[in-house]
Design a protein around this ligand. Structure first.
Ligand code: NAD
Length: 487
């Protein structure tokens, strides 16, 4: 394929320098369908160089005080914030998400990730116990582990990558990060700010490329003792297998099939707009998005009518238009996959109430070849249907009726995933009861996506292993030792 000179060409960032690669992958603008960027197609050689740089930088970085590291993280946060608009524009163009979402969610959160861990690293304490009868005190000490391998997905590119880089380097590790080959631009932009922020060469290395080549080289590298991965359950299985011979420490943040449970005493004026967001925000491409909505029978019809009528109002189109609610999906292949679920549901006898195949989508001239689809609501889907069991990861949500609390808990738990759930009810006792029994790492009641980064984030069952958060990330990115002193 021939490329015009205007293409953006990314380079790996190794040992504080941008380094060209011998081969490149095309990266598409999802809202136009055009190739606009070339991403290094790194492999073993590039990963080797990055790991070497990270290893070299480790002794000095790990011996800095938490306060010194904290100041550097804060400086980096300030620099990203200063360029917030440029980062937001780049994220929207690269990923297809709306500029509004990138401006208000992705980039502010990337900034906050650095600020949060710059602060939290100053406040950890270790344990100490005394055994007076034998004249001993015991205490724990924590130290950074070494070179951390960080692998992130395409849905919230800089947000999720910095959610790993920030705690890893705050704890004194050095890192080799590999963003998704489909969304690499904001990680590359961040690399341009590292030196100015005072991050020493080799502390943060970024290697771009595919999962099969660059990702796997990182996972298999013997000098990378820990891998923090966010992505699909299938890839996590592969990473687990590949890292097993090295007994690596793994943190796995994976997919979801998240239920919303709406009881008949829910405040629908709050519930409907929030459930629309939880279903369709970021084109439904958030691991925490709702895709199974269980509504108690008494309000089922009313809910469905109001929900569908509001979903139809969502404006889909050019992501750089600030009045647009939903942008483009990440790729042509992903769009086809998401659409295929709607077709399967129809073939099974479910009813598509709005969106794909039902309503027509009018796109601006420049976006005709983009990967767009409308928010889609499906009703009368069987619990066994693939649409109710598998992660679709697009703007498709299924609405079904239920009768009792006991029944809905069982049905909500009847999938392989266990990441997030929402519960809507004004009965406080019920909210607690249901939240306790849901197999889900996160339960939001009468709200969605309100996060306190101090607390654990992560999933059960096929949604992951381990948790991330102030204490959890600190524990993951440090090695603990128990020391006994006899006097
Ligand atoms: P993916 O698993 O295809 O890719 C994720 C990352 O892993 C990419 O950087 C990819 O290049 C890399 N990769 C792929 N194969 C690899 C291999 N063999 N070895 C090493 N690395 C490899 O996932 P995706 O399609 O980019 O992202 C969507 C998925 O991520 C969804 O399942 C979504 O639910 C999940 N996700 C989970 C969370 C969470 O916090 N739990 C957050 C966001 C997204």
């Amino acid at each position: 394929m021939s490329h015009s000179k205007a293409l953006l060409v990314l380079e790996n960032f190794i040992a504080g320098k941008f380094v060209p690669c011998s081969s490149y992958i095309d990266s598409y603008n999802p809202s136009t369908g055009d190739v606009y960027c070339r991403v290094p197609d790194s492999g073993k050689e590039e990963v080797e160089a990055a790991v070497k740089a990270a290893k070299t930088a480790f002794p000095i970085w790990s011996s800095k005080s938490p306060l010194e590291r904290s100041q550097i993280l804060n400086k980096l946060a300030d620099l990203i914030e200063h360029d917030l608009e440029a980062f937001a524009q780049a994220e929207s163009k690269d990923q297809g998400k709306t500029i509004t979402f990138a401006r208000t969610v992705d980039i502010p959160r990337a900034v906050y990730n650095f600020r949060f861990f710059a602060s939290s690293i100053l406040h950890h304490t270790t344990e100490c116990t005394e055994m007076a009868t034998v004249g001993c005190v015991h205490y724990t000490s924590r130290a950074p582990v070494g070179v951390a391998g960080l692998i992130s997905p395409w849905n919230l590119p800089l947000y999720l990558l910095t959610w790993k880089i920030a705690p890893a380097i705050a704890c004194g590790n050095t890192v080799v990060a590999k963003p998704s080959e489909m969304t690499s631009v904001t990680a590359w932009l961040m690399c341009k700010l590292l030196e100015k922020a005072g991050v020493p060469h080799g502390v943060v290395n970024v290697v771009f490329g595919t999962g099969a080549k660059a990702g796997e080289a990182l996972v298999c590298h013997p000098d990378v003792p820990l891998i923090s991965f966010t992505g699909s359950t299938l890839t996590a299985q592969r990473i687990t297998e590949k890292s097993a011979p090295h007994c690596k420490r793994l943190s796995l943040e994976l997919g979801g099939k998240n239920p919303a449970i709406i009881f008949d005493d829910a405040d629908l004026s709050q519930c409907i707009p929030t459930t629309l967001r939880s279903s369709f925000a970021n084109q439904g491409e958030i691991c925490l998005c709702t895709s199974r909505i269980f509504v108690q029978r008494g309000i089922y019809r009313e809910f469905l009518k109001r929900f569908v009528s509001e979903a139809k109002k969502w404006k889909v189109g050019n992501p750089s238009d600030p009045t647009v609610d939903m942008g483009a999906l990440i790729s042509k292949e992903h769009l086809e996959k998401v659409r295929s679920y709607v077709k399967k549901a129809q073939a099974e006898g479910a009813r598509v109430l709005c969106g794909e195949g039902v309503d027509s989508l009018a796109l601006p001239n420049g976006n005709q070849k983009g990967y767009f689809m409308l928010p889609t609501v499906i009703a009368e889907v069987k619990d066994e249907s693939c649409c109710m069991q598998e992660e679709i990861f697009g703007p498709v949500t299924c609405v079904v009726a239920f009768d009792t609390e006991e029944e809905v808990i069982e049905r909500a738990n009847s999938v392989k995933y266990g990441l997030a759930a929402t519960v809507w009810s004004s009965n406080v006792g019920r909210v607690h009861r249901v939240a306790q029994r849901l197999q889900s790492g996160l339960v939001w009641t009468n709200c969605w996506l309100i996060r306190d980064l101090n607390l654990p984030f992560g999933g059960m069952k096929a949604s992951g292993i381990g948790r991330e958060g102030a204490k959890d990330s600190y524990e993951f990115f440090t090695e603990v030792k128990t020391i006994t002193i006899k006097h």
